[in-house]
Ligand binder design. Sequence first.
Ligand code: GLC
Length: 642
Amino acid sequence: MLKTDLAARLRPAFDDDRDAETFLLRLERYGADLEGSLRAVYGDATDTLMAELLEVLIHAHHTRAPDLKRLDEARLLRPDWLQVPEMIGYVAYTDRFAGTLRGVQERLDYLEGLGVKYLHLMPLLKPREGENDGGYAVQDYRAVRPDLGDMDDLSALAFKLRGRGISLVLDLVLNHVAREHEWAEKARAGDPVYRDYFHIYPDRTQPDAYERTLPEVFPDFAPGNFTWDTETSGWVWTTFNSYQWDLNWGNPAVFREFTDLILHLANRGVEVFRLDAIAFMWKRLGTASQNQPEVHHLTRALRAAIRIVAPAVAFKAEAIVAPADLIHYLGTRDHHGKVSDMAYQNSLMVQIWSSLASRDTRLFETALLAFPPKPTNTTWGMYVRCHDDIGWAISDEDAGRVSLSGPGHRHFLSDFYSGEHPGSFARGLVFQHNPATGDRRISGSAASLAGLEAALDAGHAEWTDHAVRRLLLAHAVTLGFGGVPLLYMGDELALLNDYTFAQDPAHAPDNRWVHRPKMDWALAEAVQDNPATPAARVNTGIRALIAARQRTPHLHASIESRAVPSPDSRVLLLRRDHPLGVMLCVYNFSEHEVAFPTYLLRDQLGEHAIDAVAGTHFTLQRATTRLAPFRALWLLQAEVLP
Ligand code: GLC
């Protein structure tokens, strides 16, 4: 349709000319992306879908509150808002952190004091009753889990957060809904319109054909990818648990529903959507049905639609996939800058734990060197721990490059972090042992995996000191990499594993709850008075790193962190080339003091450097630089002595 025709047709839908102008300008800017990607997925069905979407968009635009519209304008002036070094994320379960959404409002001083600008509250939309995969089986996307509050509480919290410059982040489960969701209920009742929202097969022919190439996500809880549902009289595609029904994104109605849902939540004040399990959205026979090209077209179309109404909103992809696949979630080739703004840097998290276990950074260095650079307008979500288990995502190729065997090293890491390896400092639990592949994923809190639990049990002062330093090193790597650091609730206090999950029937079967403890507010208050305790040392150290990060422009996410070959296998060197000067991060992954040849630092930095954390001059004059056990250094090139 001609632009002028469209404008003339749409203008009467707005009461305000300026509003109409804004909408039309954005439609002009993003409309082609939207339509192009829809056409790539839905072909001829696109015209009808576009017409329906326009109505959805106009309605959402009308109902968007003035302060959110102001935020939209502000964000358009600051497109790098997620990339700036001030950005610090915090991830928490509402109930475990503060009881309810109103309770979170009482804790805003705490979050602000930590420097938080981004608050991800774990799944809080109304889940099915009983087992619900930690809230990832959503029954109603337009309601809040009743014990946490209601939608008005959510809007009120978002408003308060916004006032303090903190963005509210919510999960958006795109791949599946709960078996009890209205759409699934209708499908179960036999409504053909809603049966087409899912992948339902009358017999095993198709499921068996797909299964030949599908991996298993939860081999322990939910073997296979299909579940027989008697009421539906069919095999339903259920990648995760049997009660999580995969959606059929090949149906344009699903796209329309989600556009409406996202905008509804954005108008409630959600600023970032964590696109849960995004890799699985599109199914293709003969493949693993992950990372299919349609996933990227769908994300691009969703993003374009959302940008028209709510350009303040960003997308974070939760795609725990190999680096070569991951990079596409941030947009490559035609999708450059047009899909997710952020993605989890899973590999780096895995490499941190791998190097801590082996006291060797060669694999880390090699993996980073082979990592494709990300588009400069995107960012990584950096983390030490999250609510999920750790899967040893180390490729056989990367392992081979440093003369390790992939299966052997992964086996070692599972042994090490489950505490089975002789001399291991870690206390973790094996999650989802898959005998077919030999995979054993690991649950456990950062502090317990880093050795604090075992050290405290043994009453061993040196081990305790090492555990504290290990944790601070891990946090320095994530805070100093240039993405959004996502601090997982409790890690700022080195909370240990919480074994009480085993007494709760709803949690007992899923040992990921071992690392989802309740916030220890008494400890949070006590740290100031007891500065020598491990919790206080970790807390002070993390706060110092956050402060240093926030005043170091070199950590802007548009700059890449590149590995520099290190002559000492215990030490990792990462270099950032910022227009203000070079930043070199130096990390000693061992419990030994390392005498590091200073000329290698001078090669990168020149004659003078500043220690960004201490804010003082760092001498590069001695022949060797002594790196204390687990020392993390952020060095900035300096023209002259400060
Ligand atoms: C994501 C979540 C995980 C959940 C899964 C299914 O991977 O992080 O906790 O089990 O999606 O929704």
